[in-house]
Write a protein of this length. Structure first.
Length: 549
């Protein structure tokens, strides 16, 4: 037993109670204690009812989420992608918009209407809205110009180029004391002079901007932006072409990301293991962290269709940026996994220091993992965690989790759950060890097929992750929202400190949530992290979010 400063004793493990959420009703105390986040102050935001941007069926609010302190007030802000929104009423179908809601120090995210709407139709936008662009399908935040205000990169993976082919783009909006600026945005496209990429011709459907990650790869104090283009066309040395995927890196400076100092990476790049093959989707997922703790961030790249089971690369940073020769390639066997057709290792990635040793660790999602004696539990999903070390990684310490392992329940693995579809990390209980959230958006919850849920794995000293586990689902045990079938709860996740109290908070997207008769409008739930939330006064263990010695 551990106690909360000697006042209230709680169980060390919630594994059995967590699985109960998915099988039959369980108490609020059993679900939310010890998992770092509480329903105290929790918020729900639906598609914004703005005068010019009306909610409609199919908007998919909450498809992408990102946290950053865009106004520099010490509380992070939440950006939400609505990639299928039609923009101004009756204009461009599925062009997409992004809404930004600002955190308030000592309070929470501002309620009411969103504070800022980003839309390519605003005056001064570097690129117009077009039908099917999907502005906001991916989001990432970082300080690219080093001014102390975080900036927001918005992926537009179906952006229409001048010659009518859809290559994709990224629009970057800069932060200020007044928040995200609508004016002065920069547009990054494949047509810029990236080095290290042999591009035969523009093919279209490159999906440039489908994945984004932010880190300081060269340690110069300016954040850099990695951009995935998993449909990118690669030119082999024999002049043949293949749709294998690419990643592009733009380095930050006092001027921002433009003028461009950037390069491209593919499996055909010199120093990178292997060779690009058709349909592998190199760059489908990205995550950045300092895995060897040398002061220069490193980049992990997911390739979920390689070999029809998935793989990933990790490229180490240096004062000169990412060094291709300092890269490693992991097939499933390197992580202790048996490769199987249809697995999708590397579909989602997240980096954080789960064991508190000063080296970032890497969580890897495989939502296509089939389980059971004969792999009959199709797409149940799994996650792996590889631990950083001075040499990069110590794979002998790698942890692997299925729902059966997480929840100590042989019935927890179910077909279509897709554990590992989305990942996010943050220190929700403020104990100095980062925690991991893994979405399983296909989860059946209390009879509602596809309602979705999220597993929370708490980090710990010398124990890695998973010593304490909890589960969250919309509308269950105090969590806001409604239980709806097929709403894809936890298919998008983000961690940020929205109230500035030093504890990470959690945003969870459910982009197929129905609002009244309108389907797939979308919603998001925000849960706040803390050590203590009013439980002492009311005697509720639900309000205690962390165990301490």
């Amino acid at each position: 037993m551990r106690t909360h400063t000697g006042i209230l004793a709680l169980p060390l493990s919630l594994a059995a109670a967590a699985s109960a959420l998915l099988l039959h009703p369980a108490s609020a105390a059993a679900q939310l204690a010890l998992v770092g986040v509480s329903d105290v102050g929790a918020q729900q935001f639906d598609d914004e009812k703005l005068p010019q941007f009306l909610a409609d069926a199919g908007d998919r609010f909450g498809s992408a989420l990102a946290a950053g302190d865009f106004d520099g007030d010490g509380a992070q802000d939440l950006a939400t992608g609505i990639p299928f929104h039609e923009g101004l009423e009756g204009s461009d179908l599925f062009c997409g918009i992004v809404v930004v809601r600002y955190g308030i120090p000592g309070a929470e995210l501002a309620g009411g209407l969103a504070d800022t709407v980003l839309y390519q139709g605003h005056p001064g936008s570097p690129d117009p809205p077009e039908t099917g662009d999907r502005f906001g399908a991916a989001l990432a935040a970082g300080d690219f110009d080093g001014d102390g205000f975080d900036d927001l990169a918005v992926g537009i993976p179906r952006d229409l180029a001048a010659n009518t082919l859809r290559f994709g783009a990224v629009q970057v909006h800069y932060g200020s004391a007044q928040g995200i600026r609508i004016d002065g945005a920069e547009l990054l496209e494949e047509s810029l002079p990236w080095t290290e990429v042999a591009r035969p011709f523009w093919w279209g459907d490159d999906e440039f901007g489908a994945a984004l990650a932010v880190a300081d790869f060269d340690g110069d104090g300016f954040d850099d932006l990695a951009i995935g283009a998993p449909g990118g066309v690669i030119l082999h040395a024999d002049d043949s072409t293949v749709v294998g995927g690419e990643v592009f890196v733009a380095h930050g400076s006092a001027q921002g990301l433009l003028p461009l100092a950037g390069y491209g990476i593919s499996e055909d790049s010199f120093g990178i293991f292997g060779e690009a093959a058709h349909g592998e989707r190199f760059g489908h997922a990205l995550a950045a962290g300092d895995f060897d703790a040398d002061g220069d961030d490193d980049l992990a790249i997911g390739v979920p269709v390689e070999g029809d089971n998935g793989s990933l690369y990790v490229i180490l940073g240096s004062p000169f940026g990412l060094i291709f020769a300092d890269s490693v390639f992991w097939a499933p066997g390197a992580l202790g996994q048996a490769p199987e057709a249809g697995d999708r290792l590397g579909s989602a990635l997240a980096a954080a220091d789960f064991d508190g040793d000063g080296h970032d660790d890497l969580a890897i999602g495989d939502p296509g993992e089939d389980l059971g004696v004969s792999n009959e539990i199709v797409d149940a999903g799994s996650i792996s965690v590889a631990y950083g070390s001075p040499g990069g990684f110590d794979l002998s310490l790698t942890d692997s989790f299925t729902q059966e392992i997480l929840y100590s329940d042989a019935q927890a693995n179910r077909a279509g759950d897709r554990l590992g579809w989305a990942l996010a990390a943050g220190d929700f209980d403020g104990d100095g060890f980062d925690d991991l959230v893994a979405g399983h958006p296909g989860e059946e919850v209390l009879g509602q097929a596809g309602a979705g849920a999220a597993a929370i794995l708490m980090g710990a000293a010398n124990a890695g992750i998973g010593a304490r586990v909890g589960t969250l689902a919309a509308g269950v045990d105090g969590v806001p929202g409604l239980l709806q079938p097929d709403q894809d709860f936890a298919s998008a996740l983000a961690s940020g400190d929205f109230d500035g109290d030093g504890y990470a908070d959690l945003a969870v997207g459910a982009p197929r949530f129905n609002v009244g008769v309108f389907g797939d409008v979308g919603t998001e739930i925000v849960l706040y992290g803390s050590l203590f939330s009013d439980g002492f006064e009311i005697g509720s263990t639900q309000r205690w979010s962390s165990a301490v010695p």
